[in-house]
Write a protein that binds this ligand. Structure first.
Ligand code: FO1
Length: 389
């Protein structure tokens, strides 16, 4: 069978080892569910597909970063995951499309001069590339005609011929907001005051996350319907991707019911540390951890996940933290977690998934042994009752 000029078998299109068909998926074993933020998660998902293109994977993606920019609905983490799995991401920026042009942004900047004070139109600090605009135009139009965020993500994933199921964490609006600890300036002018609450993209993009924060809130999370409870309940394995635990994974965990299901399924949950040697590979996770009172180490992240994760994967650079992590009741696996090449990415996926599998089978054995022990002791009790002793 031929599909878009790429040879395929059984309806599954392979391109550089990545299965590229969102409709026809082989069913090899159970489902792996990945809790995902942006760049780190996208790379982890790609690693998993490189490692095993037949694996059934569902990505539950953070939407707390979503924003309306120039009237367009932007879902940055969903698009970063889709573009990465499609091999279309700009590898340097980690967001947006490769080979992008910026003509529309340059033309929009022309109107910045006449914008009245207080108006956000046109926003000239959140950069939307010309090709990327098509995604936002499509999403905005579909949402306006009543489609859910999940339906739109699925359509986009299908258009990009992804095998991985892409599910926004909720179809309801949840907005990540931060409270600033200090005044924040842009071009030498104070634009926000300490104590002010601003949107995640104002913090992340407009301020380039170069200001301390006091707290984070996920507005709407307690009422939003989680799109992943059934998936988490049925998953063979659950992976928490190496994403920011405080603003990428926390919004998913803040949805009603998610932490309870994760805690109940803790044995099959494997998290990969986004912190290596006390620093984040990309983004402000290390600083945010410190600012919000956590330790900016793999151990600090393990503490945040300990109640919902049975296995924690850390980098070889942090091997010395393994015993402290195990003290938390979390199994610790040490490996190279930097996905600096396809081989390194494949190896991380293999280690993560096999750690999850062995944790799951140990849990199953313990449950079976427990059942057998309970049956044996029930039998003993029954015999004891019968003999009158
Ligand atoms: N990140 C930036 O640092 N600057 C931008 O101008 C920017 C634009 C942008 C447009 C579309 C999109 O999907 C993502 C974009 N991002 C940009 C990345 C994104 O805002 C953040 O990386 C995530 O929200 C954090 O996960």
């Amino acid at each position: 069978m031929k599909h878009n000029g790429v040879a395929s078998d059984n309806g599954v299109v392979r391109d550089n080892g990545v299965v590229r068909d969102n409709v026809t998926r082989p069913s090899a074993g159970g489902e792996t569910v990945v809790l995902a933020g942006g760049v780190g998660a996208a790379r982890m998902l790609r690693a998993m597909q490189l490692h095993d293109p037949t694996r059934r994977v569902t990505a539950i993606v953070n939407t707390g970063d979503d924003a309306v920019v120039n009237g367009l609905f932007i879902s940055p983490d969903v698009d970063t995951v889709i573009y990465t799995l499609a091999g279309a991401i700009d590898p340097t920026r980690g967001w947006g499309l490769s080979g992008e042009s910026w003509t529309t942004m340059a033309s929009l900047a022309h109107y910045a001069k006449v914008r009245p004070a207080g108006s956000a139109a046109p926003n000239d600090w959140f950069n939307l590339g010309d090709r990327d605009l098509a995604t936002h135009l499509y999403r905005t139009a579909r949402l306006a005609e009543g489609a859910t965020a999940s339906a739109v993500a699925s359509e986009l994933a299908q258009a990009w011929k992804l095998a991985c199921r892409i599910v926004p964490m909720s179809d309801d609006r949840v907005a990540t907001q931060v409270v600033l600890a200090d005044d924040a300036s842009v071009d030498g002018r104070v634009v926000y005051r300490a104590g002010e609450t601003i949107t995640f993209q104002e913090y992340f993009v407009r301020l380039k996350h170069a200001v301390a924060i006091r707290s984070v809130d996920f507005v709407g999370a307690s009422h939003a319907h989680a799109n992943c409870l059934v998936e988490l309940q049925n998953a063979e394995q659950i992976v928490i991707a190496p994403s920011n635990p405080l603003v990428s994974i926390a919004p998913i965990r803040a949805l009603r019911g998610v932490d309870e299901v994760l805690a109940a399924r803790r044995d099959v949950v494997v998290a990969v540390s986004p912190i290596i040697g006390g620093a984040a590979l990309k983004g402000p996770a290390d600083r945010m951890l410190r600012e919000l009172g956590h330790e900016a180490t793999a151990l600090g992240v393990a503490r945040i996940y300990a109640s919902v994760c049975g296995t924690f994967v850390i980098d070889v650079a942090d091997a010395a933290l393994a015993s402290d992590i195990e003290q938390l009741g979390v199994r610790c696996v040490v490996t190279n977690t930097i996905m600096s090449s396809d081989d390194a990415a494949r190896q991380l996926a293999e280690v993560t998934l096999s750690a999850g599998r062995s944790a799951a089978s140990t849990a199953a054995r313990t449950a079976t042994t427990g059942t057998a022990a309970r049956a044996a002791s029930a039998g003993t009790a029954a015999r004891a009752a019968k003999s009158g002793s």
